[in-house]
Ligand binder design. Sequence first.
Ligand code: UD1
Length: 355
Amino acid sequence: MKKVAVVVGARPQFIKLAPLVEALSSRTKLMTIHTGQHYDFEMSDIFFDQLNLPDVDYHLGIGSAGQATQVGRIMAGLEKVFLEQRPAMVVVIGDTNSTLAGALTASKNGIMLAHIEAGLRSKNKNLPEQINRVVTDRISDILCCPDHISILNLKAEGINKNIYLTGDILYDLISMIEPGDDYIDSLLANLGFKRDGFILMTMHRAENVDRPEFLDAIVTGLEILTKPVILPLHPRTEKNLRKFDLFEKLESNANLKISKPIGIRESLALSKSCLGVITDSGGLQREAAYFGKKSYILRDETEWLELEHHGIVQCLGSMPVFDDFNWQAPAIPGAYFARAASRIAEFLLDFLSAV
Ligand code: UD1
């Protein structure tokens, strides 16, 4: 069997590893490398525990740093592993600095590169995620696209070869660990929430939470909402709320439950049972959509244009104003969502058999 190295490092990648491991581990010699971009228990280990993921083969322990420093350090760590292990293929997922570092290191070492969640695009070319996506797609040998629009985006950039419509690997994850009623009921009882009676909110993107005026608008906006809100806080968001002297004002909102970052089981249970979602996360808007819930997006745009096109997600802009939200979510058109991991596995195995 051929050796395939999957590079992960940030929260959204750990959860997508579960369907990939299931689809690839019996058909390839699968090796997982954790860059250490995320390192707190709630940002990393909790996902391995909850998803029963095998221990990673390598942990680079890179940690937080500036954009270029972090990418450079991850590349240096990965190059050592790649030269030692000589995988036939490297797989990267999404748009984080770990994605870009994995892609550049594989490409510079002449290793076949596959990108999962290829073709997503933002209109803002300066976002770190957009830089990571554009570069990764440009140098990838195999491009696994979650939806039709991603394929069109690649073609518009002159990328025409080895592009596959695979569907969304997050949907596979949901079918693997969809929370049942008993679990949801006990979680909601602990929180004092009723089904369909609360809002799940998250925010973490640098272009939002690094701006005091954004955080101020959110803290004020939350005072207008009449439904209870649960807000699990990303460490970056908490740090900035404290830095801008907004944390105490946020905490004084009796309608709001602030928590540490939550695991994937809790996140899926809450997105399945909430009234709706307010978020700047690409993952949460899809999880909610698959459970028939509407998301209001704390951004000018979403990369998940098909969800926006169908009115399942709605953008509030970069200075969001909270009002009476309409939580009615139209049905999701889901032709290509299911079985993404097994489609991805088929495409990758085809390529592996040729090397
Ligand atoms: C990264 C991704 C982003 C993704 C997000 C998911 C990049 C450029 N951005 O953003 O696309 O949506 O992950 O969460 O890769 N921190 C901790 N503990 C941790 C991890 C981070 O305290 O375990 C704090 C540190 O102060 C760090 C800050 O969060 O400096 C930002 O972490 P970083 O990995 O640079 O980016 P994210 O904001 O998490």
